[in-house]
Unconditional design. Sequence first.
Length: 238
Amino acid sequence: MTDFSGMTSLNPGYRALVLGASGGIGGALVEAIKADSACGSVVELSRSRDGFDITDEASVGAAAARLSEAELKFDLVICATGALVIDGNGPEKTIKAIQAHVMAAQFALNAIGPALALKYFGPLLSNEGKSVFATLSARVGSIGDNKLGGWISYRSAKAALNQITRTSAIEIARLRPKSVVVTLHPGSVDTGFSGGISKGHDRIQPSESVARMLSVLDRLEPAQTGGFFAYDGQPIEW
């Protein structure tokens, strides 16, 4: 397993916020960050525990308002929400299988939801030294890397997320020049996320994926804001 020595590039006693904290990757993120001796505190939000619904703007706005009223600022925000299979509907194998409501659900959860997170939690990023806002994307969201086709709704939603994050990074940097706003590909992780669709493919444990992603975030500099990176630190083409 990759040795995660901590977010040494952030201010000592840094404060973190994890959205989707009850999921496989979200829970592993919370555990790893809490174990970091440099971390001051971690705020966890999830639908199962707090009623936090990333697809509901009122829910996202209300959660951000509560944190703002408490005068909380965050050095690290990670949006770990998302799904490949939604309401039993997995990725399409052909364009003939597209259903409007299934595609809309993919965009609501995998693109619009993180956009709302950036809208409402981006202003809560600290301006005291380096701050990080990361969203979880997927390599299949890369247009340049698409050699197989299929999975149109999921691919398109993640491609939209990449654009949303890059555009947000430009805007956030105007007020927070030391910010790092990026999308991350966590790898094929052994969680319930894929609904068994990735069965047979090599997968890594959530703790391994998280350790690697946090190490990447620790190494990234503000000059790299707006980028798309894999869990091993390699940039991914758009």
